[in-house]
Design a protein around this ligand. Structure first.
Ligand code: HEM
Length: 352
């Protein structure tokens, strides 16, 4: 069996703008980022800002209006129930035989989840899960428009997800387009965000000690590399009243990326120490906002955690780890914060 040294320290290379934020503002309370934007990293102020009012429909990440059409709370809740059921069925059902999760992450995890949860869906929907579409909303919309041209009905004897069922039920071109847009909004994040969170965890800590619980690994990964690294609130009269540094026309960018490393809140803030979550409660730890504020936390988090744990179980159970030869990984400046290309390989026997 080949022998390899213990993996050397890894370097996370943040995009220059992210590196500058971390360097200049970690430990700060409120600071001006742009002529019309204040950054907030202090936990008490972040808490007051996010508690001051609910996110408006244009601030909501998942259910912002879709091609000009609002998505009300009732529709949003119904969609979440449908995708939630799809995820539950995937978690309860048999896993594919011979799962191989070696390869580049987060892509490998993304494709595994897509096939596990949405594997029976028609091509015109599965194509909406492409990671390439992420960067180009116009392209996404043209793929949707093309796919909506022809009705789709579920063929008897075939399996498809509940969220695909929204397309089968849609009447007419506009409703089909809307159903496909909803599919992209609600099904894609399951694969995107979970594979990103797990890739971040692998990069930060793999190989993990056998007795470290998956939950602790995920809470700690979401602390150091929070996929939702900023929470935007557009200018609002409440904010100036909370803090005089925030002007009437200022948007506010709450930055979990920074509050998660505030030295006043965290011991050894830059170290990956999953054991700290033996004592901390992720629901109440001050400044810890990976899933948003307690007044309205992420509606998807109850799907995210079990799926991420499933991936970690499969990875840890089959003896995979980050390629010891990989010493660097980039974190680009995009909405979903994560390492770009982590190589997962079969672990070699170690020299101790
Ligand atoms: C690692 C995974 C995820 C993270 C870190 C995350 C993070 C967040 C955060 C920070 C918020 C609060 C946003 C704000 O207050 O402006 C939020 C809200 C929300 N999230 Fe998530 N999320 C994740 C996965 C998902 C998934 C997979 C879904 C859906 C399938 C989802 C659906 C929602 C919804 C519906 C809201 C409420 C606001 C809205 O309508 O967009 N999230 N999430």
């Amino acid at each position: 069996m080949p022998l390899s040294p213990l993996p050397a320290a890894r370097t996370t290379v943040f995009a220059p703008r992210l590196a500058a934020l971390l360097r200049e503002y970690t430990g700060e309370d409120a600071f001006r980022l742009e002529p019309d934007t204040m950054g907030v990293a202090g936990h008490a102020l972040a808490d007051r800002i996010l508690a001051a009012r609910r996110a408006t429909e244009t601030e909501r990440p998942t259910f912002k209006p879709l091609h000009g059409r609002s998505i009300g709370r009732t529709e949003a809740a119904a969609v979440m129930r449908v995708i939630g059921r799809d995820v539950r069925e995937a978690l309860e059902g048999p896993l594919p035989k011979e799962v191989d999760l070696t390869g580049p992450w987060p892509l490998t995890g993304h494709l595994f989840l897509r096939d596990l949860i949405l594997g029976g869906d028609p091509r015109r929907l599965r194509i909406l899960m492409s990671r390439n579409l992420e960067l180009t909303p116009k392209l996404t919309w043209s793929v949707i428009a093309a796919g909506a041209a022809v009705p789709w009905r579920k063929k008897p004897g075939t399996t498809s997800s509940g969220i695909a069922g929204l397309l089968a039920e849609a009447d007419g071109y506009h409703d089909r387009r809307h159903a496909m847009g909803i599919y992209r909004r609600a099904a894609a994040p399951v694969c995107f965000t979970v594979s990103t969170l797990v890739a971040n965890a692998l990069w930060l800590g793999s190989p993990f000690d056998a007795d470290t619980p998956n939950r602790n690994i995920l809470h700690e990964a979401a602390r150091l590399l929070p996929p939702s690294w900023n929470i935007l609130r557009y200018a609002s009269p409440e904010y100036g009243a909370l803090d005089a540094r925030i002007g009437a026309g200022d948007d506010v960018l709450v930055l979990p990326l920074l509050s998660h490393r505030d030295p006043a809140l965290w011991e050894e803030p830059d170290a990956f120490r999953p054991g700290r979550w033996d004592r901390l409660d992720p629901e109440t730890a001050p400044g810890y906002l990976p899933f948003g504020h307690s007044s309205e936390r992420c509606w998807g988090r109850h799907m995210v955690m079990p799926l991420a744990e499933l991936l970690l179980d499969l990875i840890r159970g089959t003896g995979l780890e980050v390629d010891p030869a990989q010493r660097k990984a980039k974190v680009p400046l995009v909405g979903l914060l994560g390492v770009e290309d982590v190589r997962l390989t079969k672990a070699a026997r170690r020299v101790r």
